[in-house]
Design a protein around this ligand. Structure first.
Ligand SMILES: *[C@@H]1O[C@H](CO)[C@@H](O)[C@H](O)[C@H]1NC(C)=O
Ligand SMILES: *[C@@H]1O[C@H](CO)[C@@H](O)[C@H](O)[C@H]1NC(C)=O
Length: 248
């Protein structure tokens, strides 16, 4: 009973203060609603309302970099000259507050950064047939980390030496990285004699909703010389044995 009495009083008070028309707001319109921005580049989004609420209002932006607002205009621009705050992607929105209501519209903002450098090397730099070797792709300052995968390709003599994708790595330690990262990604390969002179490349691929952003390394060529039988290698012994067995 006491609660009822109290809320009746509160309603009477509100009606007294703001008139009989408690104003329900409509979500402001953001343009564009979806936005892809390269790190360090400028960005701009407009926010507008169709009509001014009669009881007074505030139209404004919630943002990490810039928070303009207005209580008299019907549109308001959020703008940064150089977008360098990764956290901006999470929570950029325009709000409209009236005396009795609050509405908001989020902007679907994606920030990405191409790597400063991407370099491929091999360990060792000359391969011995049958040995376990490693390709190492070093990617500097790329983001966001959780969208990164590495594509490995090699030239194919049967297709005019065109590069074809032969493996793909998604670094599992980067799944929670919402900003820029540097990564060294490795791929194990067993050297084959027929790979002599083949060129390899790695690519940093940002798998964004709007499509992939790809940055490739320079190609490297790895020799797999022939000559003396690879007695140093256990695999060499195994393949020699296999050859003898076939001959017998
Ligand atoms: C925002 O509005 C202004 C003024 O109407 C216009 O010049 C500008 O192109 C708009 N920007 C975007 C991103 O829509
Ligand atoms: C954000 O934009 C992307 C690309 O336009 C789209 O695929 C995605 O569904 C959008 N997400 C939301 C929450 O609107």
């Amino acid at each position: 009973m006491a609660g009822c009495l109290f809320s009746s009083l509160l309603i009477a008070l509100c009606v007294g203060l703001y008139g009989t028309h408690a104003e329900v707001c409509r979500d402001p319109v953001v343009t564009p609603a979806s936005l892809l921005v390269e790190y360090g580049h400028p960005a701009e989004v407009n926010c507008s309302i169709l009509s001014k609420p009669v009881t007074g209002y505030m139209l404004g932006w919630e943002s990490k970099s810039s928070q303009p607002d207005t209580d008299s205009k019907k549109s308001l621009t959020w703008r940064v000259d150089s977008l360098t705050n990764w956290e901006e992607a999470d929570g950029l929105k325009c709000y409209l507050s009236t005396a009795t209501d609050q509405c908001e519209s989020r902007v679907n903002l994606t920030i990405y950064k191409r790597p400063d450098t991407i370099m491929l090397s091999s360990v060792p730099d000359v391969w011995i047939e049958g040995d376990q070797t490693e390709l190492v792709c070093e990617i500097e300052n790329v983001g966001p980390g959780h969208k990164l995968s590495v594509h490995w390709s090699r030239s194919n003599a049967k297709q005019n030496n065109a590069f074809t994708l032969f493996s793909e790595t998604s670094p599992s330690d980067l799944v929670n990285e919402m900003k820029n990262v540097s990564a060294t990604v490795k791929l194990n390969i067993t050297a084959r004699r027929e790979d002599h002179g083949v060129q390899y490349k790695c690519a940093a691929v940002l798998n964004l909703d709007t499509g992939p952003v790809v940055s490739e390394s320079q190609p490297i060529t790895i020799p797999v010389p022939s000559g003396q039988p690879p007695l140093s290698s256990v695999w060499g012994m195994v393949s020699l044995l296999a050859v003898f067995t076939t001959v017998l």
